[in-house]
Design a protein around this ligand. Structure first.
Ligand SMILES: Cc1cc2nc3c(=O)[nH]c(=O)nc-3n(C[C@H](O)[C@H](O)[C@H](O)COP(=O)(O)O)c2cc1C
Length: 373
């Protein structure tokens, strides 16, 4: 019995398992390992400058001749620049920024974190998420004619025609039925329904409830389930809820190929199902992160973080310093609620093969529940 759904043909893959585009973590080595294993590796390119993205694509092509994808963010709030608007007290986020940076500096002093030297980047996240960055990334996606593009936030509608002309298959990650309807109207090929259990930016709605509702709204477009799907049982459940496959992030973080620090991989292995929290303290949008001194500092202070992209100017120095100092208590990273299932750091191919075998076993055993009826 082989795990196979119609999405395999659509994407040119062997098993309906897609590596989630996890910003920074889903590097060429990890994406290629998943593609070479028969799934679809998706690069987490959200913070890449255009030249860096071009280089990642070339590296991935050197590591695999199988299809792969590129994931970036297209949040409407940043594209329309509504985040520049003032709050009820008449202050814009830009005016509030210095006070928030003081908060971060005090936190760093308290934690003994040293300000890192500025990183040399080609207009990537060090310049902040911006309309210009998102548009420059899309130009590379189109020029490179990548096999698959995934928008992690927002609607890829304005770029659909050019991607379609290249033969690029387009996916869109959604967290609500109304967002699913919007991307259906834009003509995407695949929808990813990402629930509250997921690592990173996610939805207020749990995966179990969101997935079938997105499937119903998808007008026959295939849907991948996402959020908390960490082993084969989760994949089988997603298929039972009407999905055509799974978009999986956290399960691939504790792998040799994932581009996160060893202390972050260890934080995942050590965590339980209660180890994560939803916080705006990292990017300004609600995201699931492993509980840390930084996420707790905002809760304790009772301060609402700034909107995206300003909060990244506040959090980046802290996270960079914590990374440089191997501080898992400050910067353990984004992860989903399934991390309690992750017990060791392994090769990505092994994780993928185990997920596939687990899904086949769970689906094969499903008929048991009908005995005696
Ligand atoms: C470390 C990390 C980084 C992430 N970065 C992004 C990102 O840049 N773009 C995006 O679309 N989703 C991002 N996500 C969300 C994933 O694409 C995916 O939806 C999520 O990991 C699925 O839930 P799971 O972690 O429970 O498998 C990230 C998730 C994690 C854990």
């Amino acid at each position: 019995m082989n795990l196979r759904t119609p999405i395999c043909e659509l994407l040119g893959i062997e098993v309906p398992i897609v590596l989630a585009g996890m910003g920074g973590a889903s590097h060429p080595e990890l994406a290629a390992a998943v593609s070479n294993g028969g799934g679809l590796g998706v690069l987490g390119a959200a913070a890449c400058g255009p030249e860096e993205l071009r280089e990642w694509i070339a590296r991935t092509r050197a590591l695999t001749d199988k299809p792969f994808g590129v994931d970036t963010l297209l949040p409407l709030s940043v594209r329309r620049e509504t985040f520049k608007e003032s709050d009820a007290a008449g202050m814009t986020p830009a005016e509030k920024l210095p006070e928030y940076q003081d908060f971060a500096r005090e936190f760093m002093e308290r934690e003994g974190l040293e300000t890192p030297p500025p990183r040399k980047r080609d207009g990537g996240l060090s310049g902040g998420f911006s309309k210009d960055l998102f548009e420059a990334q899309m130009e590379v996606v189109i020029e490179e004619a990548v096999p698959v593009y995934a928008s992690g936030l927002g609607d890829p509608g304005p770029w659909m025609e050019r991607m379609r002309a290249n033969g690029t298959k387009v996916m869109s990650v959604v967290g609500a039925v109304r967002h699913a309807r919007k991307v259906v109207a834009s003509g995407v090929d695949v929808i990813v329904a990402q629930g509250h259990d997921a690592g990173g930016h996610n939805s207020p709605v749990g995966t179990m409830a969101l997935l079938p509702q997105v499937v119903d709204a998808a007008a026959g477009i295939p849907v991948l389930g996402a959020g908390g799907i960490t082993d084969g049982r989760g994949v089988a459940a997603a298929l039972m809820l009407g999905a055509s496959g799974a978009w999986i992030g956290s399960a691939f973080l504790a792998t040799h190929e994932a581009n996160i620090a060893e202390f972050q991989k260890k934080a995942i292995v050590d965590a339980t199902e209660e180890g994560t929290t939803i916080t705006r303290s990292i990017t300004g949008k609600p995201a699931r992160y492993i509980k840390s001194k930084w996420t707790e500092a905002w809760v304790d202070a009772g301060i609402e973080p700034l909107p995206m992209p300003y909060q990244t100017f506040v959090s980046s120095p802290v996270l960079q310093a914590a990374n440089a100092g191997d501080r898992g208590d400050v910067a353990p990273g984004f992860a989903g609620q399934g991390i309690g299932m992750i017990q060791s750091i392994r090769p990505a191919a092994e994780v993928l093969a185990e997920i596939v075998a687990g899904a086949e076993a769970a689906l094969g055993a499903a008929g048991e529940h009908l005995r005696g009826s």
